[in-house]
Design a binder for this molecule. Structure first.
Ligand code: ADP
Ligand code: GLC
Length: 488
């Protein structure tokens, strides 16, 4: 049994802004189911939705600050959660990273540096709990200083750093680095420095014993200038210690047979019942209720990554076709405004809900016929997997995890019963439109469509497979650590 400290800035259902939370909510549970001893550590944000008891665990003094650590559990599970409680830094309402105007909280560097320092204290058991992990598994830039700081410790646990998105690097001015009082040894171009800026993500990329990212294709893509944001050289240099492990999905939360948020449950053998969910979705978005008209959906952060600009360009032509389109999301204010305008212009075809709404996300997955995900890049992506599990055919761009989880519909993939979606190559509105047209043609052949839905519904996106891959990696790293200690 391995002891694993899982360091993350979000975990569903405690706190979520995106897929990172889904993963950090599910993977620790999947590892616990494989009999591993795992604890999560995250900041004690005001918006945290705890349902289990919270108790005081200990107090610790770090960098002249006295910080409390609280203990609770992941709702509905036995996985222990340690909450780093320092109200001056974490007791803000709403989003963990940005304010209501979408601006980063001004002291993010300080907030996450302190979080990392406390994670290191926990990793070295300087919080005196009689529990020292074998592995510290860090996620995204907010935890990036952990492998860096741990690299300076004797007898330290092995470290894994998972990249969920290279676009977010935790870059701060060089002068911030000075105020954080970080060990001087880390401040160098081969360390945390990135063009005179402080880069949190480099802490993970340079110092972790192993780097993973959330799909095999993205693991290759980030070694190229297009996806590496200037860090492709470093990643290429570390390629022997870099691999992709595809995310799974929570099969209990995303299950059309039991989903509490949807009108009508259904399965691969009762696909015709999905129709009632379509009616409900059309009603909710005040679109004409019509069985025949194909209904397209999209859920996501409204940012360039997700190809929202491509969608906006396509909408006038989409509205001229015999189809409906519903979108749920929030993000870039410019995109929000343009989308609202288009919905006003085409009220019979296009409906937009700006905001974050978990229930509605389930209603869309169950009710839509087709799900759009034209991402410019996508480290893994979860909605295309949720869609397939709901028999909702995804239209995706061939990038990152989308390329790894959706099988394009072609004569051969129809014949071998793997066709589960529509995949297109180029990040352009004309390619997206072509792909949508291809989906609409296939939709007009009910037998073919049903075959695609059945294939999609049967795909295995369980966490177990991925958790086993992480476990194999932890075992290898621990064996390497022991070997190198013996060699010392
Ligand atoms: P990313 O992490 O890049 O945002 P993913 O596809 O990995 O993309 O995960 C996004 C997650 O956030 C999914 O669970 C999706 O349903 C959810 N989500 C995104 N936007 C919204 C929204 N506006 N309302 C409800 N859920 C949302
Ligand atoms: C990131 C990525 C997304 C991925 C998620 C979870 O937010 O943008 O593609 O699915 O992390 O790993």
């Amino acid at each position: 049994m391995k002891k694993i400290l899982f360091v993350t800035s979000e975990a569903h259902p405690l706190i979520k802004t995106g897929g990172l939370a889904d993963v950090c909510g599910s993977l620790p549970k999947a590892l616990a189911e494989l009999s591993q001893d795992i604890k999560l550590i995250l900041p004690n944000y005001q918006a945290l939705k705890t349902t289990e008891k919270v108790r005081f665990l200990c107090s610790i003094r770090v960098d002249n600050r006295s910080v409390n650590i609280l203990e609770t559990r992941m709702p509905g599970s036995h996985v222990t959660v340690w909450l780093v409680d320092y109200p001056v830094y974490y007791n803000y309402p709403g989003n963990p990273y940005i304010d209501e105007q979408g601006e980063p909280w001004p002291i993010n560097a300080e907030r996450f540096a302190l979080f990392c320092r406390i994670a290191v204290e926990a990793a070295m058991d300087r919080i005196h709990q009689g529990w020292k992990p074998d592995i510290v598994h860090c996620n995204d830039w907010q935890s990036g200083l952990v492998p860096a700081l741990l690299s300076l410790e004797q007898d330290r646990p092995a470290t894994v750093f998972t990249i969920h998105n290279m676009a977010y690097q935790g870059l701060f001015t060089g002068s911030t680095a000075a105020t954080l009082n970080l060990p001087g040894k880390l401040w160098q171009p081969e360390g945390l420095e990135f063009h005179e800026m402080l880069s949190f993500i480099k802490g993970g990329l340079v110092y972790a014993d192993y780097i993973t990212t959330v799909s095999p294709t993205y693991a290759l893509e980030i070694q190229t200038p297009e996806f590496g944001y200037g860090l492709e050289g470093l990643l290429g240099h570390r390629k022997e210690s870099l691999g992709g492990i595809i995310n799974g999905i929570d099969l209990d939360q995303w299950n059309p047979e039991t989903d509490p948020y949807i009108t009508q449950h259904y399965s691969a053998t009762t696909l015709n019942k999905k129709l009632l969910n379509k009616y409900e979705l059309q009603r909710r978005f005040a679109l004409p209720v019509n069985e025949r008209i194909p209904l397209l959906g999209l859920i996501g952060r409204l940012v360039e990554q997700k190809g929202i600009d491509l969608i906006i360009e396509c909408i006038p032509e989409m509205a001229a076709m015999d189809m409906q389109f519903v979108l749920l999301g929030s993000g870039d204010k410019g995109f929000e405004k343009q989308l609202k305008k288009l919905a006003e212009l085409y009220p019979d075809n296009i409906a937009i809900h700006i905001g974050y709404d978990e229930t509605l996300a389930h209603v869309i997955e169950a009710g839509a016929d087709i799900f759009l995900m034209p991402s410019r890049f996508e480290p893994c992506g979860l909605n295309q997997m949720y869609s397939q599990r709901y028999g909702t055919i995804p239209v995706v761009r061939k990038t990152g995890g989308l390329a790894d989880t959706v099988v394009d519909t072609l004569p051969e993939t129809l014949a071998n019963q793997t066709a589960s979606g529509i995949v297109f190559n180029e990040a352009s509105s004309s390619s997206l439109l072509e792909a949508i047209k291809r989906a609409l043609i296939l939709y007009s052949y009910p037998d073919t469509w049903k075959k695609m839905q059945t294939n999609a519904l049967k795909m295995d996106f369980s966490w177990q497979r991925s958790a086993e891959q992480y476990l194999a990696l932890y075992e290898k790293l621990e064996a390497d650590t022991q070997l190198s200690r013996r060699g010392d």
